[in-house]
Design a binder for this molecule. Structure first.
Ligand code: GLV
Ligand code: MG
Length: 327
């Protein structure tokens, strides 16, 4: 291990994160009663410019009036380049009471963006004597943000998670897409060569690099890496495949842009019974090995070692967190 210890951020469940437009207050109660681990009330891109002020008022009222239970609650503020952001921060914190847990910051481009927000939020919290310190969810969704992702991840002690905002990222990088967060059939390779009679065409995952890069930056700073939206909410199999590949790369959650996607995200991002059973067997086998003075052992004909224990422990801890939250 390095002498530099990576401190993990607040342990929150973040398997699913439901997006709810601040301009649609009729959706708030349903979101509060849903199975989403985190709900974010949006003041940014799901809200038309002429509805921004009204959406902010709706959100502030809902922070007081809606029973959000034990849900983690976030508000996505407008970007730093807009005339709305400063009032989003000031009014939501000053008038929203103590219920809010997180602020989601879109289109973060540099560490200085996070620093500036930290300063403003700290001033407002201190001025009103807010007891609970707000955490930050940062959306990486521009070429600039991805180029600076490491520095952004380490820019504030408030940082809790990095989110891959695939829709804006595609726009910013001018990637060719057919559907938000989905695959593009043009991103693929042909197997074999011209001499082969039969050649297969393999679709690739055009988001692999971006997600893998975000995961490394997040984990190196103890943050949760979260995969963003999958636009086709009538394609549960497509959503599941994309959530699975994000989980395989290390993400611990995915956005739900429609309530239909919540349970799918929770199922993919939580350990399955089979995974859990295996994790428990690994921990038992390693305990036995430790008692016998061995560093590595085999289980079912495969090598397991200290790294396997860490993964198994993380899985069991996650299952306990889920059990506690759903009890
Ligand atoms: C989310 O904000 C996205 O742009 O995908
Ligand atoms: Mg976006």
């Amino acid at each position: 291990m390095s002498f530099t210890i990576v401190e993990p951020t607040a342990a929150r469940l973040n398997r699913s994160e439901l997006a709810v437009p601040g301009s649609s207050p009729q959706m708030f109660e349903k979101a509060a009663a849903s199975n989403a681990d985190i709900v974010f009330l949006d003041l940014e891109d799901a809200v038309a410019p002429d509805k921004k002020i009204e959406a902010r008022a709706n959100v502030i009222q809902a922070l007081h009036d809606v029973d959000w239970g034990t849900k983690t609650l976030s508000v996505r503020i407008n970007g730093l380049d807009t005339p709305f952001m400063y009032r989003d921060v000031i009014e939501v914190i000053e008038e929203g009471g103590e219920r809010l847990d997180l602020l989601m910051i879109p289109k973060v481009g540099t560490a200085a963006d996070v620093y500036a927000l930290d300063m403003l939020v700290t001033q407002v919290e201190t001025a009103i004597g807010r007891k609970k310190r707000l955490g930050f969810e940062l959306i990486i969704e521009t070429a600039l943000g991805m180029a600076n992702v490491e520095a952004i991840a380490g820019a504030s002690k408030r940082n809790e998670s990095l989110h891959f905002g695939v829709a804006d990222y595609a726009a910013s990088t001018r990637a060719r897409t057919t559907m938000i967060g989905g695959p593009n059939p043009d991103y693929g390779v042909l197997t074999g060569g011209p001499e082969d009679a039969e050649r297969a065409y393999h679709w690739g995952d055009m988001w692999h690099y971006a997600i893998a890069r975000l995961v490394v930056a997040a984990r190196a700073h103890g943050l949760r890496p979260i995969d963003g939206p999958f636009g086709d909410f009538s394609d549960p199999a497509g959503f599941e495949a994309h959530a699975n590949r994000a989980a395989v790369l290390g993400c611990e959650g995915k956005w739900a842009i429609h309530p239909k996607q919540i349970d799918l995200a929770n199922a993919v991002m939580g350990p399955s019974e089979a995974d859990l059973e295996k994790a428990r067997r690994i921990l038992e086998a390693m305990e036995k090995a430790t008692r016998e003075g061995k560093g590595a052992v085999s289980l079912d004909g495969r090598l397991i070692d200290i790294a396997s224990i860490k993964q198994a422990e993380a899985m069991v801890a996650k299952a306990e967190q889920i059990a506690a939250a759903t009890a």
